[in-house]
Structure formats: C-alpha cells, structure tokens
Write a protein that binds this ligand. Sequence first.
Ligand SMILES: Cc1cc2nc3c(=O)[nH]c(=O)nc-3n(C[C@H](O)[C@H](O)[C@H](O)COP(=O)(O)OP(=O)(O)OC[C@H]3O[C@@H](n4cnc5c(N)ncnc54)[C@H](O)[C@@H]3O)c2cc1C
Length: 417
Amino acid sequence: MTEIIVLGAGMVGVSAALELQARGHRVVLVDRRGAGEETSYGNAGFIQAEAAEPHPIPHDPMTLLSYAFGRSNDVVYDPKYLPALAPVLWRYFRASAPKRHRAISKIYAQLTRRSTADHAPLIAAAEAEALIRRNGYADVYRSAHRFEAAARRAEALARDYGVSAGIEDSAALAKAEPAIRVPMAGAVLWHDCWTCADPGALTAAYAALFERRGGTFLRGDALSLRQAGAGWSVETARGLVTGEKAVVALGPWSPELLARFGYGIQMLWKRGYHGHFDSPVRLARPFLDAENGILLTPMRKGLRLATGAALVQPTDPSDPVQLRRGIAAASGLVPLGARIEEPQWFGNRPCLPDMLPLVGPAPNHAGLWFDFGHGHQGFTLGPTTAELLAERMEGARSEVLDALDPAHRKGTVSLRS
Ligand SMILES: Cc1cc2nc3c(=O)[nH]c(=O)nc-3n(C[C@H](O)[C@H](O)[C@H](O)COP(=O)(O)OP(=O)(O)OC[C@H]3O[C@@H](n4cnc5c(N)ncnc54)[C@H](O)[C@@H]3O)c2cc1C
C-alpha cells in the first residue's frame, strides 16, 4: 500500500509530494494533467518573500467606490454574480478590518518570509537555477500621491516585518529602467522577491525531481477518491491506487472534491489572465504598474502581462477585459511588440475569506488532509506549506499550524450533515 496519495500536481501538491517523500513516505502524486499546467503555469512567477500581508478587501470608501463603478482595473466583477458572491465577500471584508488583518498578517508573514529559503534547495536539486532571478521587482507609480502613499506603506512593512524595500525617485527610475518611455513619479523596490522565467517549468522540474527520487506520478481523476477500509483509494491510469492518507492539493478545484465528503469550503475565485509579447526591450526587472493593475514579467516565452482579479464562478467563460485594458495601458509605458499567438490562458486564484491557506487534517475524516487555498501566493508558498503539512502529520503543534488548521477555520470550512 502507498502511504500517501497527493491529489493535484500544481506547485502546492508537487511540493507536498517532495516533502513527504523526503521524510521517508511512499508517495503517489495524481493529476488529470501534467505537473504545473494549470494555475501554477500562468502566474507571474514571483516568489514573494516580501508579501508579508495577504491582499485584503480595502475598507476605504474611495477604493470601494472605484471597484463598484468599474473604474479600477485591479478588480472587476459581473453584478449578476453579486448575490452568489455576497456571503464569501462579506466574510472576506470582515477579515480585512485593520485589527483582524494585522493578526492574519502576523501568521502570513511567517509563511512568506521563509518562502525563498524553502524553494532554494528544491531549485538547486531540480537544476532549475537558470529559471530564477534574484533581483526583486518594482512597483512603479505614475501619480505622486500614489507613490508617496506606497512609499509610506513600504516603510511600515520594513519596520513591522523586516521586509527589505527601497525607493527610486523619478530620475533614478528612468535611469534604472530605460525601457519605460514616459516620466513616472517613482518606484518602490522589493528586494526580497525572486522571480521565475517559467513557473510551469519550475513546477514540472520539481515533479521530475520527485520522480527521480523514486516517487510515482500518475494521471487520474481526484473526483474518484473514496474511503477504502482505513485508508483512501483513487482511480488512475494504472488502476486503483490505495493509500493510508490522501492530501487534497487541488487548488481552485479543492471545494468541488470536498463537497462530496460533506465539507462546504468558502472560496473566492479571483481570476487572472495573461498574454505574452515579443517585446524588443529587456526589462531590468519585472514590475507592477500599480495604477493599472498589471504585472510585466520577462518570461522564456516573451514578456508576460498578467492581470489583477476578476471575481467569478469557476466555470465562467473567458472574458479578458482586464487584459485588454492592461495591454492598452502597458503599451503606452514600454514597447510591447507583437502579441504572441496562443490560446487565451486564465487561472482562478484559490482565495479563502480569512486569507490563510488550509493546511492540516480534515475535521471529519481520518487520513484526509487539506493543503489548498493559497490565493495570490501559491507559487510562493508551495514548499513552505508542504513542510508545515508534513510537520502536522508528525504531530507537531504551533501557533502557525493552529492558524492554518481546518478545524479552527469555522466559516471558511463548514461541515454538512
Ligand atoms: C494571473 C495570476 C498571477 C499570479 N501570480 C502569482 C505570483 O506571482 N506568485 C505567486 O506565488 N502566486 C501567484 N498566483 C497564484 C498562484 O498561481 C496560485 O496560488 C497557485 O498556482 C496555486 O497552486 P495550486 O497547486 O494550489 O493549484 P494549481 O496549480 O491549480 O494545481 C491544482 C492541480 O489540480 C489538478 N486537478 C484539478 N482537478 C482535478 C481532478 N478532478 N483530478 C485530478 N487533478 C485535478 C489540476 O490539473 C492542477 O494541476 C497568481 C495567480 C494568477 C491567476
């Protein structure tokens, strides 16, 4: 019998498989596709040791009004979905109140802070150094008042969490990033962040490492998961696989599987899109055009433009309005070049309303474990939550493990009879 079945081969599941294997378990990793072909493929590739605070829903009325009237490219939504989204949005909004957000960030910062150190040995062992840049990224600002507010926030993050942030004024930014062809107010630099030139390839390289170390990776449908005696079974291309434990690491699809076992998971799917461009310029480092809600990252495939959040139901059809607006804004900023032809990609960030991933045992089923809900930072946090999951399986307890524990997350996890 396999000891542990890990369901889902995105960055989160592959990292969990590697960590459990490293601790001596026999692990089978199961996905209906190849490794890193979904959300972990199309993201911006940031490994964000600087992301001390998870993204809250803003409480200031001006920002909320700009969302409500569709004037922001950061967040868009279709009003017809508001009734369906209202419960999770309300919970998320309450968790975003300054006092609760500070308490959540105290835990979150302990996860993101160690993320680059947790990726480092995997990057080395997977021989993936060529994919990684260690020169951080910049948030660039067009308007002086937004730049000044961002600089104050960076100072606060440096003071409260030890994040390494720098400031570039207009002239320094123009010198550092000659590709930006319009005058900018300035930039905030985040030195602790690493960036990856192909997030799907890094995830696949970790999966290949898992297999080289003796692990088994099989195609299979996680929705076939069943209790089998004291353990769990799943149908795969090589027949039925059984295990003592099963780990749900299906990212945005995790609630669909868990509903079958009586768990109601409140998830907010924040969809993002990307497009690649054959740009004639080489950026000095990736950057966020904060006022237009777009990220520009040099990738192996071309310059990747990735968008903010569209609040959707997971099965909604593609509607890349933010990408279209982002392309219009970015092309005034840098020479984008021709768009590279490819099917329109999108991915749904698996966000939970209390902004922490769920990592730990399923409250009602022995041997079933959760490792999902990494929201905006799953590519960053895969190896970190993998280690926490393994520690929890070994019986460890800590403030961080308790905060991530599904049994302590009433509201985010509800039990249906
Ligand atoms: C535009 C955008 C930009 C982002 N930028 C960043 C960033 O810069 N840094 C960062 O840290 N995060 C970023 N994120 C978030 C990050 O991409 C996600 O948090 C992360 O990829 C989630 O990883 P995962 O392994 O949980 O999910 P996924 O990568 O989606 O993996 C889930 C896996 O489950 C499999 N699966 C689903 N259903 C089944 C089934 N029934 N049977 C078998 N297998 C199944 C899928 O095939 C998939 O391989 C971004 C997201 C978006 C959309």
